[in-house]
Write a protein of this length. Structure first.
Length: 382
């Protein structure tokens, strides 16, 4: 299918909701499997190929291509971006591997997900594995998607799990409208732009966690409860998972900006330094939020301790006031005949008066000592 590469052509991305992904689920090969075995997830989406081919003057986009149909574009003096979306079609993926002469272990890395972010040099190819994230619209947290980059001479292969959405629309728009240097430079610059878009996708996720932490902090101060502790635990757990995704990317980018394979020019390596700085900034932000979540746990425990102290102080005051009253009632409740007070005309009222006087004296004493003042109120404030 040929696309005229008009603005409307970008509406091919479906708006259907994607099924929930769990970024802690891993799919492993069967024990004893032959190296290079493709472990296709039964729930993976069918694979389709979208090609964008461009130079300084023209840009075309074709969808639903076969791997063989991409070969003629590789012979031109253009940049070819072959985007394989969906990892559920084993035959198509193997055909891509044969046509582009991909090593079986390389193809295994891009198909068997998720993999740890890494970069590997395979003779004429450079393999880059990254993890793309975006906020989860249905609930708190984020959605993870693996993206595999195979950089060759004049072409870039990308392998994505999802056909619905990604972080690369802005790059596609730059190619279509010829913005910036994307059409002037080679395929290595395209790789940089995609990696930069992938890393920038972490910022909205980090902003979501900032808002969640601020909301939890406000609730802890106003009304701490057990639900807040559970929410904080989930936040720390998710931030740890996010850190495990972005941390190896720093090593990947650091390796790429020192690459000597000849596939990445010195000019693009300069751009990759900026990309590395963004990844480092994201890591620092995530680490700061994890520390803040940990400190909020301490604030929660302190708040619950203060609440318990208030309760214990109240119970202590009540017990102290009622102890002498209980003593008086207990003494005169024995009803011995020789107790002279039992025959007194005003004994009952005198007993009540004594008990009320003792209670008033104790309340007055505790008030002067500040026992009725909240724990967070200054001592000079009454």
């Amino acid at each position: 299918m040929v696309d005229n590469f008009t603005p409307d052509s970008y509406l091919y991305i479906s708006e259907e909701e994607k099924e929930e992904e769990d970024y802690f689920d891993y799919f492993y090969d069967q024990p004893g499997s032959e190296p290079g075995t493709l472990n296709i997830n039964p729930e993976a989406q069918p694979s389709k190929i979208i090609l964008i081919d461009y130079d300084q003057n023209n840009a075309i986009r074709k969808v639903d291509l076969t791997p063989n149909a991409c070969l003629p574009y590789l012979e031109k003096n253009t940049v070819s971006w072959i985007d394989v979306q969906g990892l559920g079609s084993e035959l198509l993926l193997k055909e891509v591997g044969e046509i582009f002469n991909l090593h079986p272990l390389l193809l295994e890395d891009v198909v068997n997900v998720p993999q740890r972010p890494k970069v590997e040099n395979h003779k004429d190819h450079l393999l880059i594995i990254g993890q793309m994230v975006r906020p989860n619209k249905e609930e708190d947290g984020f959605v993870r998607e693996q993206v595999g980059f195979v950089l060759g001479k004049g072409y870039l292969l990308t392998f994505q799990e999802d056909q619905i959405t990604d972080s690369f629309d802005l790059v596609r728009e730059r190619i279509r409208t010829n913005q910036g240097k994307v059409r002037e430079l080679g395929v290595d610059y395209l790789t940089y732009l995609l990696l930069d878009a992938l890393i920038d996708g972490y910022f909205p996720v980090a902003e979501d966690y900032e808002q969640r932490i601020e909301a939890i902090e406000e609730q802890i101060i106003r009304n701490p409860n057990r639900k807040m502790m559970e929410e904080l635990y989930n936040v720390r757990r998710e931030l740890l998972a996010l850190r495990r995704l972005i941390w190896p990317l720093q090593t990947v980018l650091n390796t790429l900006r020192r690459d000597n394979s000849g596939l990445i020019s010195a000019e693009v390596q300069m751009y990759l330094r900026d990309c590395y700085d963004h990844a480092l900034q994201i890591s620092e932000i995530i680490e700061a939020y994890r520390e803040l979540a940990s400190s909020l746990m301490e604030v929660y425990q302190s708040s619950m301790g203060n609440r318990m102290n208030e309760i214990m102080k109240f119970l202590t005051v009540i017990s102290t006031i009622f102890n002498p009253l209980t003593f008086i009632v207990g003494v005169y409740g024995m009803n011995f005949e020789y107790m002279p007070e039992l025959q007194a005309k005003w004994g009952y009222f005198a007993c009540w008066g004594i008990m009320l006087a003792i209670s008033a004296a104790l309340v007055s004493y505790f008030w002067r000592q500040g026992w009725f003042r909240p724990l967070d109120e200054p001592e000079n404030k009454r």
